[in-house]
Design a protein around this ligand. Structure first.
Ligand SMILES: [Zn+2]
Ligand SMILES: [Zn+2]
Length: 436
């Protein structure tokens, strides 16, 4: 279940754009007419019909993005993000739907907490938002939540993100409950006794800097366990923010054996390596950490061949005073909603590492499939979920340029290529930099 604030469906005519929907096989310079929030006609020189005209000349019109992994920080840390600010940031980033994680204060582990969030989203969400509920009470890893009740209250799936579910027996029972709830588990895979005291990837750079290391196997050993349990129970699962080469290899092998496993990767893991930590900038501190060149290459390969089907930002806002501390003391996590497309376009598409079509598919249809959401499509009869991209635009990431309440971006001060100019979510314009 996705919810959003009230907004009228629009009548629009987008003219002159290169319309590009890789999943639908569309790549043509055509007009798109939207009647009452639904794509009604594709073609050349369409009749205006009294609709508002959006001039897309020089721009790419693509299916809008979906983010299966966002931290909205509510309830509890409204100073860092709210449903209103987080969904506004998502709209500016080209997103038409996002999924929020339950590691809040209190944790989303009861129908009452979830119900209150859904009510808030109905008032203030700029774009449709879905909520995951916790797998264990308080995310303490000891006792399962009332999963059937939470599913009835609208939980899109279940996750203890931020923490792993350490006990294998509990994980097994959580998977079994999926047969009752029909919802998927989304897993943060980390073996905590291998990652205690870690600040970055364990390797040559951590040895040089003298930081505690988080070895790749600290992730992959849990990925392998969870895939084994999912195979045994014949239940689907989703692997959050993969970072390690061995995790990718385990996922690929499990999928080949028929395990119903999906996975996501973040823009920062696709664009950076642990070399970035030499800056000692706390905005490159995340969990899982940035890894080696070889692991980055393995993630890119897995995104290319579809083993990893989704890009997710793991947008994790933090207050400035919490990040403006020495690297070892800083919390894990970076923001990402407003820079994801431009970061990937600049670091992967422009240098010829991945085609634009692959990035667009993994940010949209591929990401939507994670939790079985409707795939944004540019086709007659589809709800209008569209993004207008200016691939020639160059812009600088500035602290005062965010709609998010937090500015802990790994791209601060960088110059990026590719800019979101407008976003239409669920039939309504939710962001626009275009002249009326
Ligand atoms: Zn996580
Ligand atoms: Zn997360």
């Amino acid at each position: 279940m996705l919810v959003r604030g009230d907004a009228p469906a629009e009548n629009l005519l987008v003219t002159g754009a290169r319309v590009l929907d890789p999943a639908a096989g569309v790549d043509a310079r055509i007009d798109v007419r939207i009647d009452d929030g639904v794509i009604a006609q594709l073609g050349t020189s369409l009749d205006r019909n009294g609709h508002r005209v959006v001039d897309g000349t020089g721009l790419v019109l693509a299916p809008a993005f979906v983010d299966p992994h966002v931290h909205l920080r509510v309830p509890g840390r409204e100073d860092e993000e709210t449903i209103a600010s987080g969904t506004a940031a998502a709209a500016a980033g080209g997103y038409c739907a996002i999924v929020a994680m339950p590691n809040t204060d209190p944790v989303v582990d009861s129908a009452a907490v979830l119900g209150a969030l859904v009510e808030d989203a109905r008032r203030e969400a700029a774009i449709p938002v879905g909520f995951l509920a916790a797998i264990t009470k308080g995310q303490a890893g000891a006792e399962l939540t009332e999963m059937a009740e939470l599913a009835d209250a609208g939980a899109l799936g279940f996750s203890d993100d931020g923490r792993p579910v350490v006990a294998s027996g509990l994980m097994r029972r959580a998977l079994q409950y999926g047969a009752v709830t029909g919802r998927k588990l989304a897993l943060h895979c980390e073996e905590p006794t291998l990652t205690r005291g870690a600040h970055m990837h364990e390797g040559a750079v951590s040895a040089e800097l003298g930081f505690g290391g988080y070895p790749s196997v600290g992730e992959s050993v849990m990925v392998e366990r969870d895939l084994a349990l999912a195979a045994y129970e014949e239940r689907p699962l989703h692997l959050l923010h993969l970072s390690a080469r061995e995790s990718v290899a385990a996922l690929r092998a499990a999928r080949e054996r028929g395990v119903d496993a999906t996975a996501e990767v973040t823009p920062h893991h696709l664009c950076l390596t642990d070399e970035a930590v030499r800056s000692l900038d706390s905005n490159v501190k995340m969990n899982p950490p940035l890894r080696s060149r070889e692991e980055r290459a393995a993630l890119i390969d897995a995104l290319r061949d579809g083993t990893i089907g989704a890009v997710a930002t793991d947008h994790a806002p933090h207050a400035r005073h919490e990040k403006e501390v020495p690297f070892e003391e800083a919390p894990f996590g970076v923001t990402g909603l407003e820079t994801a497309f431009a970061a990937l376009y600049t670091h992967l598409v422009e240098p010829g590492v991945l085609p634009l079509e692959t990035i667009l598919e993994r940010m949209s249809a591929g990401a939507a499939r994670t939790f079985g959401l409707d795939e944004p499509r540019i086709a007659v009869g589809s709800r209008a979920n569209l993004v207008l991209l200016d691939l020639d635009a160059t812009w600088r990431v500035r602290e005062d340029g965010f709609r998010s309440r937090s500015t802990n971006s790994w791209l601060l001060g960088d110059t990026l290529r590719g800019k979101v100019r407008a976003t239409i979510a669920d039939g309504t314009t939710v962001f626009s930099e275009l002249r009326a």
